[in-house]
Design a protein around this ligand. Structure first.
Ligand code: AHM
Ligand code: MG
Length: 338
């Protein structure tokens, strides 16, 4: 029989390694917590797979055959995560793109040790047209009461993340996560309903061949970003780049992780602070990118160093391979690119 490693087994193995190398307690709490995320994403994936069918069945009215209100997928995804994670004792707060305020639980700081921040269904403009969407999550450790309030714990800098990951719902469903010890990818095996290890210790190539950005916004970008893209197209980094843009951050990032290249969402005239959200889009993907040997900035500095001021704060996001990102940093700082 072929040996498989599920994501749960992988996390437990990693914890045992940590136990051996550092003597840190591996309590199992964390893997139990992540199992809440994987369960919710399997529920979301099942719903997505049949979305077209249920839309057809529900088209005559707003109710399905059980008399239940038809739910939009992003609302369903949010509820699945809130439900699966809210039941875990170790959760102190859940912060979602879909909710104005964090959902908090009255658990003492010793029991409720973690905060989960998530974008339940990223790429919403692609939901109705059968193009990849995803779920992004970030796990933070709650600070002890004497060091800060729960709200201060939620607004920690990205380099303090305990774990981060995403699930991309594409031709297959893939989960990628890091706990700061490399980046690992799993593919959902529909026959057994488990995420099975398919990409161990993922590394972003040093350089890729694609840039990924919404070029329709280019007229409203700072001039340096336009010069940078022109430089990539003109072969300034030794090859003429091609463009790929899906418009679902998770999917565009996943390609960049596997193939290299650069993803850009610069400040625009309409959104001078950028469009993407720091806590549940930029931070988790920046953590993964760095763990895979890539770089993530807001154009001026490292994403993971930004001090968040609000849970729905936006940021410009530039993330990708080392070579392209070094060239971008040089262009943005006015230095010549060699
Ligand atoms: P969403 O969370 O409402 O889906 O918005 C975020 C999405 C990202 O997935 C994607 O990178 C970006 O918005 C695309 O924006 P645009 O349509 O402006 O190119
Ligand atoms: Mg999103």
């Amino acid at each position: 029989m072929a040996m498989i490693t599920t994501v749960q087994q992988h996390i437990l193995q990693q914890q045992q390694e940590l136990l051996r190398s550092t003597g840190c307690e591996a309590s199992g709490t964390f893997s139990w917590l992540l199992s809440g995320i994987t369960l919710a994403t399997k529920m979301i994936e099942a719903k997505i797979r049949s979305a077209g069918l249920s839309d057809v069945l529900g088209a005559a009215g707003a109710e399905n055959v059980q008399g239940e209100q038809q739910q939009k997928l992003d609302v369903y995804a949010n509820q699945a995560l809130l439900h699966c994670l809210g039941l875990r004792d170790s959760v102190a707060a859940l912060v979602s793109e879909e909710d104005e305020q964090p959902v908090t639980f009255n658990r003492d700081a010793e029991t409720g040790r973690y905060i989960i921040v998530f974008d339940p269904l990223d790429g919403s403009s692609n939901i109705d047209v059968n193009v990849n969407v995803g779920t992004i999550f970030s796990v933070l450790r709650r600070m002890p009461a004497e060091l800060g309030t729960l709200e201060e714990s939620i607004l920690q800098q990205g380099f303090r993340q305990v774990a981060a990951g995403y699930v991309v719902y594409g031709p297959s469903t893939v989960l990628v996560y890091t706990t700061g010890n490399g980046v690992h990818g799993f593919t959902l095996d529909p026959k057994i309903g488990a995420f099975v290890l398919s990409h161990e210790r993922m590394q972003m190539p040093e350089q890729g061949s694609y840039y990924s950005t919404n070029e329709a916004n280019a007229a409203g970008w700072p001039q340096e970003y336009r010069s940078y893209l022109a430089m990539l197209r003109d072969g300034g980094l030794g090859k003429a780049y091609s463009s790929r843009y899906i418009g679902s951050l998770v999917a565009d990032f996943h390609r960049t992780l596997l193939k290299g290249g650069v993803f850009l969402y610069p400040p625009t005239a309409k959104q001078p602070k950028g469009k993407l959200r720091l806590l549940y889009e930029a931070n988790p993907l920046a953590f993964i990118a760095e763990q895979a040997g890539g770089v993530a900035t807001n154009g001026a500095g490292r994403i993971l160093d930004i001090r968040p001021e609000g849970i729905h704060q936006r940021t410009p996001l530039c993330v990708g391979s080392r070579r392209e990102m070094e060239a971008l940093t040089a262009t943005l700082s006015g230095a010549a690119v060699s």
